[in-house]
Design a protein around this ligand. Structure first.
Ligand code: ADP
Ligand code: MG
Length: 743
């Protein structure tokens, strides 16, 4: 990735040199640096080059290194020129819709970043990379913005704990048949769309593939025979493809006409489009098919690659080598007759070449014209004029053949390199088809439903499930839940419930369903209306987020700050126990203030799910418009609790943490003590509750009431006194102590 910084703006260009994909954009709206980080996490580059200004911005560089831990180097400012001559002459420059770009004066940061990257590639790769031929200039507004912590938290393509693919959304959705399709799926999941038409087109295509079993089966069967065309093209462009790679390419291309004819009967717009644009590459197929044998050797410098009939000279040289064997046998028979030596043999070794071998007992019969070459214990070896000539002919033609085959091979590879763009386009269509088919298969297998996309800002999910947790649990064990969020009275849900009840799971499920819908996938729900969101944010309280390392609370607050700045009324925000990383009062105060701010339509108004263990926040429902309380139901059964996993309206006031402690096997005396402490604390807050209710009436909405702990303490002490057991003296002493504690 190359990043060009000018003022507060950035140009970004990124290239995968193995496949030739090249994208570029510029960032010139608000909060540019945060957006730059979003772009970086979208592509997760392996290496970054920067211009002077960025490279010397120590704070920004430090942040990039901290978050991505990658290699950044500075490149000369001259590389980042705004000159477009080279670009226009040598590259196809298109928009994300595939239209040709004609105007660059409004894209100068982009141009600089592209030039910087191309220059760097030229210098480091040393050859012209034919497969880098199209540059797509995209608009950052085309995709849903997903900040780094959302990508990580939602475990879209890798797990937080071990970076593995298992247990991620990608793992659930990946039923692709080709590695190209697998890579494209990963890209799609990282780039959810926001354009309603584009999303609907994908969904309609998935629907058709899901419903038409025959069509899907035929497509999958053919896709399975397609190799990684993109990587093969990369090898051709780099000049290290061998004849076997060409055969792989041929066998892949072989499927194209079949796939095209399968697609001809489809009706959805997107698949029809793929059908129309699919180039069958018949000429490329024919070229390889005519020239290269089916099972060529790995080496390209030892011959044996070119098919019979492709080149006359190759055929002649080949027959010279095979005919050679015949000539030698004929020579042996002739010499036996002429000399009368019955066991005379023609042989070959690497040092002496061809020879005639005669055993010692027959030496007397050897004629003059035999020239001695080598003496063995039992025999002598000779050469003759005639044998020498044969040898030249045989060995010479072999060498010529190897050289000629190599030259022809290079010619063919060069010819293929000229067709790279067309091959790439077909590969892209195959990948797209593969991803859509994968979505259809998953939708069918896992009973997903087609979401209805709208632009009214309402998220209305019935019977929603978490795609990953559902798959990890025994079939049918996952408990479905509904969700309703809108831009009016149901903007922010405060979700309470005991530990382990399923709060985090529920909130992530809503985010994942929304994301899946905008990627174009069916979703795990019985029905889903998804009002398209522009961004998804998630923030998990510091102590829940083990992967963060030190200064977690600071990081937590930085990310909260970013959410408050960036979230719009079209965004979806998931806040999971924020404020946990600090003391109770700090944490509660922050959580309270953050919830109030987000709920404020004037300031933010994003759709928000807010899980918290601060039950005090449930008071907000009555105070702030747009906030609703929910909790995840549990059932008490004697001493124990049963997790019902059902989200219900209304808050809880019990945390059941002690029940969980008991379940986990914390020793009985500790559990008992904890219960006692809890009871006495509850008595205190029951008292303060009345006081706060009175005050609430006077206070403006959103202001936090802190408890009068002294009063509670006192009440608790009085409550503890057992009047039946108290002597008059003890009563007096108690009264003295109480008085002391108040003064
Ligand atoms: P919380 O955030 O409330 O502490 P989690 O969301 O982490 O709880 O859920 C704890 C565990 O409960 C999950 O790992 C999962 O195994 C299970 N779980 C959560 N939601 C459901 C559900 N809807 N159906 C079945 N099991 C669930
Ligand atoms: Mg949780």
């Amino acid at each position: 990735m190359s990043i060009f910084k000018k003022g507060i703006y950035f140009g970004v260009a990124v290239c995968d040199v193995s496949t030739g994909e090249f994208y570029a954009t510029q960032i010139n709206q608000n909060n540019n640096f945060e957006r730059l980080l979003d772009e970086m996490s979208r592509f997760t580059p392996a290496e970054i080059i920067a211009n002077d200004l960025l490279y010397s911005s120590t704070e920004e560089i430090a942040k990039i290194k901290e978050r991505f831990g990658l290699y950044i180097s500075k490149v000369d400012e001259n590389s980042f020129s705004t000159n477009t001559d080279n670009l226009v002459a040598n590259y196809e420059i298109v928009t994300d819709k595939g239209e040709k770009v004609n105007r660059f004066d409004d894209k100068l940061f982009t141009v600089s970043a592209i030039n910087g990257l191309l220059d760097y590639l030229n210098q480091t790769q040393k050859i012209k990379l034919e497969h880098i031929n199209t540059i797509q200039i995209y608009n950052t507004n085309k995709y849903m913005a997903l900040d780094i912590s959302a990508r990580r938290n939602l475990e879209i393509t890798e797990r937080m704990r071990d970076k593995s693919k298992k247990g991620t959304l990608l793992w659930v959705l990946d039923k692709t048949s080709t590695s190209m399709g697998g890579r494209m799926l990963r890209r799609w999941l990282n780039d959810p769309l926001i354009d309603i038409t584009e999303i609907r087109n994908r969904l309609d295509a998935v629907e058709e593939l899901k419903n038409n079993l025959m069509l899907r089966g035929d497509i999958i069967e053919n896709l399975k025979k397609v190799y990684d065309i993109e990587r093969l093209i990369g090898k051709i462009s780099y000049g290290n493809a061998n004849a076997r790679d060409m055969i792989s390419l041929k066998n892949s291309i072989k499927q194209l006409p079949e796939i095209k004819s399968i697609l001809s009967t489809t009706s959805s717009k997107l698949i029809q489009n793929l059908y129309q644009n699919l180039d069958e590459l018949k000429d490329v197929y024919t070229l390889i098919d005519r020239a290269i044998i089916e099972d060529p050797p790995i080496s390209v410098k030892e011959g044996g690659m070119i098919k019979k009939g492709y080149n006359e000279e190759v055929d002649e040289l080949k027959s010279a080598t095979t005919d050679g064997k015949k000539w030698l046998m004929e020579l042996e028979v002739k010499e036996k007759e002429q000399t009368g030596i019955k066991n005379l043999k023609v042989g070959f070794n690497k040092v002496f070449g061809y020879f005639i071998e005669v055993t010692k007992s027959n030496l007397s019969q050897v004629p003059e014209r035999f020239i001695r070459k080598q003496t063995l214990t039992n025999a002598e070896r000779y050469i003759t004029e005639e044998l020498k000539n044969l040898e030249d002919k045989i060995l010479g033609s072999q060498e010529k053949l190897i050289n000629l085959e190599y030259d022809l091979f290079l010619e063919i590879r060069c010819e293929l390199a000229k067709q790279i763009k067309r091959i790439q386009d077909s590969a892209n269509i195959i990948s797209t088809l593969d991803v859509l088919t994968s979505f259809a298969t998953v939708a069918e297998d896992l009973n997903y439903t087609k979401p209805t996309m709208t632009e009214d800002g309402v998220i209305d999910i019935k019977g929603g499930r978490h795609p990953v947790i559902e798959k990890m649990l025994p079939s049918g064990a996952f408990v479905e839940n509904d969700t309703y969020l809108d831009k009016e009275g149901d903007r922010l849900s405060i979700i309470t419930g005991p530990n382990m009840a399923g709060k985090s799971t529920y909130m992530r499920q809503v985010a994942l369903i929304t994301l899946m819908a905008q990627v174009g996938s069916f979703v795990p729900a019985s029905s889903a209306n998804i009002g398209i969101v522009d961004k998804i944010f998630t923030r998990v309280g510091a102590s829940d987020d083990l992967s963060m390392g030190q200064s977690t609370f600071m990081v937590e607050m930085m990310e909260v700050a970013n959410i408050l700045k960036e979230a719009t009324s079209d965004s979806l925000v998931i806040l999971d126990e924020i404020g946990r990383g600090t003391s109770t009062y700090d944490g509660l105060s922050i959580a309270w203030a953050v919830a109030t701010y987000i709920a404020d339509k004037e300031k933010c108004g994003a759709k928000t799910l807010f899980a918290t263990h601060y039950h005090e926040l449930t008071q907000l429902e009555n105070q702030v418009e747009g906030i609703k309380n929910y909790s995840i139901a549990v059932k008490e059964k004697g001493e124990d609790i049963i997790f019902l996993r059902k989200i219900v309206q209304g808050g809880t006031d019990e945390s059941y943490g002690i029940h969980v402690a008991k379940l986990a096997g914390v020793p009985a005396p500790v559990v008992k003590k904890a219960n006692e402490i809890l009871k006495s604390l509850e008595r205190k807050s029951a008292l303060t509750q009345k006081a706060t209710e009175k005050e609430n009436k006077k206070q403006p909405a959103g202001q936090l009431d802190l408890y009068n702990y002294k009063l509670a303490e006192l009440a608790h002490e009085i409550d503890k006194i057992n009047l039946n057991e108290l002597t008059p003296i003890e009563a007096l002493n108690t009264l003295v102590k109480l008085k002391e504690s108040v003064s």
